[in-house]
Design a protein around this ligand. Structure first.
Ligand SMILES: [Zn+2]
Length: 265
């Protein structure tokens, strides 16, 4: 009977985290919309971008309200983007995965904070092709300190992660500009990888760069095929760096064992 009770508590805990995750996702939607527009993230209250009518509290329940309203504003019938519930579901899924990976710990909370930053960066980069400094610049020292003092990363591991993360993309960007005579990688990507390296340690960078490049190449080729052969169609790199960094939270240990067991003798 003890086992059954424990199972019920676990299910309840996961359900609670899914709800909290979706609610945080709802706040991330606000950040994604407002940060690039440099408006306050707390005022005014959420409103429909077309009819400007404030959103009623009962219509502001993550995912559920979208389904009940069938994706339309209650006042003017304007279509609400599927992106809103999508961000809420992704955030809830991250909360559950992190709870599963880190347990009910302080590390889980910080890992979730990191994941939230990546989600906001991903969707802002998709919309505006920029990675806002307002996240990465404070993010670099904050996640560096969290990594060293809460996540158990050594000082040198985090510091080299920060420096190599920023440095190697800077070198790639510089090389690309010299060869192609146009800017390929933005400064935003450089700061993002510095933040990722500071939080996950320098060893993570190999995985993050490989996985994001592979993912970026696959998606880039798919877009080229779908849209015709336009090599200059810019695919923002931030979402791929973010996806790879988030994946590293879960498969990092495993990939590291794999990488470092492949040493040639
Ligand atoms: Zn409206």
């Amino acid at each position: 009977m003890m086992a059954a009770a424990a199972l019920e508590w676990t299910i309840l805990l996961y359900f609670f985290f899914a709800v909290v995750g979706a609610a945080v996702g709802s706040f991330l939607n606000v950040c994604i919309w407002r940060l690039p527009r440099e408006t306050s993230i707390v005022r005014p209250a959420s409103h429909c971008p077309r009819c400007l009518h404030p959103i009623r509290a009962c219509d502001n329940i993550p995912v559920v309200s979208f389904l009940l309203l069938r994706g339309k504003c209650r006042d003017c019938g304007e279509r609400i983007s599927i992106r809103y519930p999508a961000v809420e579901i992704v955030t809830a899924a991250m909360a559950l995965l992190i709870l599963w990976r880190f347990g009910f710990t302080l590390q889980a909370l910080f890992a979730f904070l990191f994941a939230c930053a990546l989600i906001v960066i991903t969707f802002i980069d998709l919309d505006h092709q920029i990675i806002p400094d307002v996240i990465t610049l404070p993010g670099i020292p904050i996640f560096f300190l969290i990594a060293v003092f809460a996540m158990g990363l050594s000082f040198t591991d985090a510091l080299f992660g920060l420096l190599i993360g920023g440095g190697c993309l800077y070198a790639v960007a510089l090389g690309y500009e010299l060869i192609a005579k146009r800017e390929g990688m933005g400064g935003g990507d450089i700061k993002l990888l510095a933040m990722i390296g500071a939080f996950l340690g320098w060893r993570s960078l190999l995985f993050v760069l490989l996985a994001s490049s592979l993912l970026g190449a696959i998606v880039g080729i798919a877009i080229m095929i779908a849209k015709g052969r336009d090599m200059k169609y810019a695919v923002p790199f931030g979402p791929f760096l973010s996806a790879a960094a988030a994946a590293y939270l879960f498969v990092g240990d495993w990939t590291m064992r794999l990488f470092f067991s492949l040493r040639p003798y």
